[in-house]
Design a protein around this ligand. Structure first.
Ligand SMILES: *[C@@H]1O[C@H](CO)[C@@H](O)[C@H](O)[C@H]1NC(C)=O
Length: 532
């Protein structure tokens, strides 16, 4: 979870533009393609898109091995300062070589290959991979644990031919151990750092995934989200993040906080790339059957990619949570950018409805008052211990074991400095009982009366707000969210814009976010990092 726990406990106790980058912009497309294939114009790795990479594969200008080597070089040079990658997959190069030979032997296969075939992807460290990579949620306590198999989403990625480049750093235990560790910090990964100047912390908890994509260390990445853990680091590091409706992607084989609210989603430099990943990872999983059976019906036949439409804003009704933009009011540069964005939405055929607010948003953002705090503490222990029990072998099997581990490894885990108050509070709980169930029901009711009624009353297709300012209020309903880069403050710090929709409206949100991105194209790669 992003940072809701901070006050929670305090109170409770780009489409294919890559080839164009490689040649002067006055060259017509046709000649760029001709030169690319005939004259061997070097492939431009920076800001490469999946479509651009696949085109270069097909044109014989690039191999997966070359691509992986480029990213490994990037990791060597910038990761010592950014701390985005925790482990590199020792099999990444041989997996890439296998993809290259598959591509060479299957003739006319371009249309039959998955768009992710031969594409390197970085995996958040709380997602199980049954290979030489460890899965530890950033903690030394899980180092050496052996997972039963790949997480369902990893299984799908491997079958599509994606190359697991490694594990991304994250906020340890999804920032659910204590209040004070900085976001993006973990004992195993160190302190993740945004590649952009002016950013104090990279936001969490899928911090390494966002940093790596932003800094061109990898093509795409996987994150997980409960209440902003994908969208916050995405907006902070100027990448696209999709938090799908809970149940669209399976959570089996993921270190959990809450089986009710956790979700897995893609992070990428463009909406199209994020959607390419989503199309592969989405779907029914017997090991997460009740959630994914519900989620399955939101996945369109032919995939979400069918909704990458340049005119996707046409006819949409978009509600602006105006008060949420007030913080930007004083910063006239940002305010002007958002005002221009709303004009663009109108010009592209959307109806923009101003001055909306979600009923009960303050209550929902106050988990102590709502009972959500106590509920999550109870749910965490149950969910985590079920995960630990399922490991083939593990140095820890219970939350109490992890607490003891932290007490015995004060130095690595910085236990004295940060403590483990959330763990200790969670350890006191006794399962999800009537009290917790009534808290859940109350939250669900608030969520229905808030977000859902507003959407219905105003006939909205999406709500829009800056960064991810109402992440907690939107977590409860399992709503889908998409964050898109919006611009940069004077300091250089990125800011983003987030679209939220009703449960199951993922496809519609993709239409809106893609059309918005095509019309604005706000993302810029970060400046090269200072040499460490
Ligand atoms: C996994 O952890 C073990 C134990 O620390 C280490 O030896 C191994 O190199 C790690 N795997 C990778 C791929 O880094």
């Amino acid at each position: 979870m992003a940072y809701a726990m901070q006050f929670l406990l305090l109170l409770a106790s780009a489409a294919t533009i890559a080839p164009a980058n490689s040649a002067p912009s006055w060259l017509p497309n046709f000649w760029i393609k001709m030169m690319g294939t005939r004259l061997d114009i070097p492939f431009v790795y920076e800001e490469a898109t999946i479509a651009g990479i696949q085109e270069a594969f097909d044109g014989g200008r690039l191999t997966s091995v070359q691509l992986v080597k480029y990213y490994l070089d990037q990791i060597n040079s910038v990761n010592p300062s950014l701390h985005a990658v925790q482990e590199v997959n020792p099999d990444a190069l041989s997996d890439a070589a296998r993809c290259d030979s598959q591509r060479a032997t299957i003739t006319g296969a371009a249309s039959r290959r998955s768009p992710l075939h031969g594409i390197p992807i970085l995996i958040k460290d709380n997602i199980n991979t049954r290979d030489r990579l460890n899965t530890t949620s950033g903690s030394f306590a899980l180092l050496g644990s052996v997972v039963r198999g790949d997480a369902a989403v990893i299984d799908r990625l491997r079958r599509a031919g994606a190359i697991l480049l490694g594990k991304a750093t994250m906020s340890e235990w999804d920032h659910f151990r204590a209040l004070s560790p900085p976001q993006g910090w973990s004992p195993r990964g160190g302190q993740g750092k945004s590649p952009y100047p002016g950013t104090v912390n990279p936001c969490g908890t899928s911090s390494g995934s966002a940093i790596a994509v932003a800094a061109n260390i990898v093509t795409v990445a996987l994150g997980t989200d409960l209440d902003g853990a994908i969208t916050c680091p995405s907006t902070t590091n100027s990448v696209v993040g999709i938090k799908p409706t809970v149940g669209v992607t399976s959570r089996s084989g993921v270190v959990p906080i809450s089986n009710r609210l956790d979700t897995v989603g893609p992070m990428a430099r463009t909406v199209a790339d994020a959607v390419a990943v989503l199309d592969v990872i989405a779907g029914f999983d017997p090991r997460d059957s009740s959630a994914t059976r519900a989620g399955e019906k939101y996945i369109p036949a032919g995939g979400f990619r069918r909704f990458l439409k340049a005119d996707g804003l046409k006819g949409k009704r978009i509600g602006i949570l105006s008060r949420r933009f007030d913080d930007f009011e004083e910063k006239s540069a940002e305010a002007a950018i958002f005002a221009r964005f709303f004009d663009i939405m109108r010009n592209k055929g959307a109806t923009v409805i101003n001055d909306l607010e979600i009923r009960g948003v303050e209550q929902m953002s106050d988990p102590a008052a709502s009972g959500e705090a106590a509920e999550l503490l109870a749910e965490f222990k149950v969910s985590l211990e079920a995960y630990l029990a399922d490991l083939i072998s593990s140095p820890v099997r219970t939350l109490a074991d992890i607490i003891a581990f932290n007490n015995h490894h004060k130095e690595e885990e910085r236990t004295e400095e940060f403590g483990q108050i959330i763990f200790l509070e969670s350890e006191k709980t006794k399962g999800v009982g009537p009290l917790e169930k009534s808290a859940i029901n109350r939250m669900v009711r608030l969520s229905k009366e808030g977000m859902e009624m507003l959407m219905a009353e105003k006939g909205l297709d999406a709500l829009v707000f800056p960064n991810n300012v109402i992440h907690h209020a939107l977590a409860i309903g399992g709503f889908p969210l998409i964050s898109v880069p919006a611009g940069y403050a004077e300091s250089g710090a990125p800011f983003g814009i987030t679209f939220a929709g009703a449960v199951g409206s993922d496809a519609k949100l993709i239409e809106i976010a893609y059309a918005f991105e095509q019309a604005t194209r706000a993302r810029k790669p970060p400046p090269p990092p200072p040499l460490s």
